[in-house]
Design a protein around this ligand. Structure first.
Ligand SMILES: C[C@](O)(CO)[C@H](O)COP(=O)(O)OP(=O)(O)OC[C@H]1O[C@@H](n2ccc(N)nc2=O)[C@H](O)[C@@H]1O
Ligand SMILES: Nc1ncnc2c1ncn2[C@@H]1O[C@H](COP(=O)(O)OP(=O)(O)OP(=O)(O)O)[C@@H](O)[C@H]1O
Length: 277
């Protein structure tokens, strides 16, 4: 029996850095969504634990014991085997939580295969701050360092374009170079957005506090944001610690030429288009 689970890209539509814990981890307030663009995890029963990686982004990643897929499998059951295949489509270390999504999908696939419960969010936090949020793969307000998850009002339907300029950004370096760490959070109660224009108008008044330090590390991120606005995105911003940026479009109205225009102008960039889940 094989079980296949999709590992959707995580997008931080907002990312407010509101403080820092004594252990150095930062306190966040983030509106997180997921897209129908992602990796796939396939598990089959086996005596030993193994990982094979294929797919267009496999070159960026080794099937080492510290791969988040294997770490997730060991967290669920240190002694149990499984043959796991990761089809890697999301660029590595790009701010869209690829490793966290893979870890969460591995936990879901193995729990289903073995008929056991998923571990609690606090347990999976050890795999990465984004893993608890990725376990749900539904829109969520993420606080604490990633472990405090609250439901959000219904979001309007929207399409998304993800663009990565093929530069890696180090998450710890971006956090370390923040100018201020005690920035205001989002409002205590999120509004009930009327429609997409109301929602993107609200997003315009929010922030990703990691954008400025990420642009210092990789100035090309500013060009990606300009390129997304140039092809008509209603809203464009960076996700996580970058370098991937996203553009939001009305559902079904994303012009057929968005992808070709961007890839003609920037043949070296990774570009994907899809829907918010
Ligand atoms: C920036 C975000 O992508 C927003 O969703 C996440 O908070 C990062 O999640 P992640 O990649 O799963 O992060 P982890 O692997 O747990 O942490 C990588 C490094 O980022 C820094 N880090 C991460 C999360 C956090 N809340 N505060 C931090 O300061 C720490 O230096 C940490 O060593
Ligand atoms: N299955 C995996 N997929 C991607 N990266 C992995 C995986 N396993 C381990 N890693 C390591 O984790 C690090 C972060 O990769 P990831 O793609 O999750 O970053 P990210 O997209 O910036 O995540 P985030 O948005 O959560 O900060 C990389 O340095 C990578 O080598």
């Amino acid at each position: 029996m094989a079980i296949e689970v999709f590992a959707p890209a995580k997008i931080n539509l907002t990312l407010h850095v509101t403080g820092q814990r004594p252990d150095g981890y930062h306190l966040l307030d983030s509106l997180v969504v997921f897209a129908d663009i992602g990796d796939t995890i396939r598990v089959v029963p086996a005596a030993a634990l193994s990982l094979e990686i294929d797919g267009p982004e496999a070159v960026g990643l080794a099937a080492e014991p510290d791969n988040l897929v294997l770490r997730a499998a060991r967290l669920l059951a240190p002694e149990q085997g499984a043959a796991i295949t990761l089809t890697k489509r999301l660029p590595v270390a790009s701010g869209i939580g690829g490793g966290s999504a893979d870890a969460a999908a591995t936990l879901r696939a193995l729990a289903q295969l073995r008929g056991v419960a998923l571990p609690a969010p606090e347990q999976v936090l050890a795999l990465g701050a984004d893993v608890p949020g990725c376990l749900g793969s539904a829109p969520v307000r993420m606080r604490g360092i990633g472990e405090r998850l609250d439901p959000v009002p219904p979001l309007p339907a929207m399409d998304i374009v993800l663009v990565n300029p093929r530069v890696a950004v180090s998450t710890p370096t971006v956090f370390k170079s923040l100018a201020t760490r005690d920035n205001p959070p989002m409002q205590p109660v999120l509004p009930h957005w009327q429609d997409l224009s109301d929602f993107t108008g609200w997003l315009d008044r929010q922030r990703n506090d990691l954008t400025a330090p990420a642009i210092v590390q990789q100035p090309v991120i500013a060009d990606v944001l300009t390129a997304l606005r140039d092809v008509g995105a209603l809203f464009a911003a960076m996700s996580g610690s970058g370098a991937t940026c996203f553009g939001l479009f009305p559902p079904g109205a994303m012009p057929d030429r968005t992808y070709p225009t961007l890839s003609l102008r920037h043949p070296d960039w990774w570009i994907a288009q899809g829907k918010i889940l």
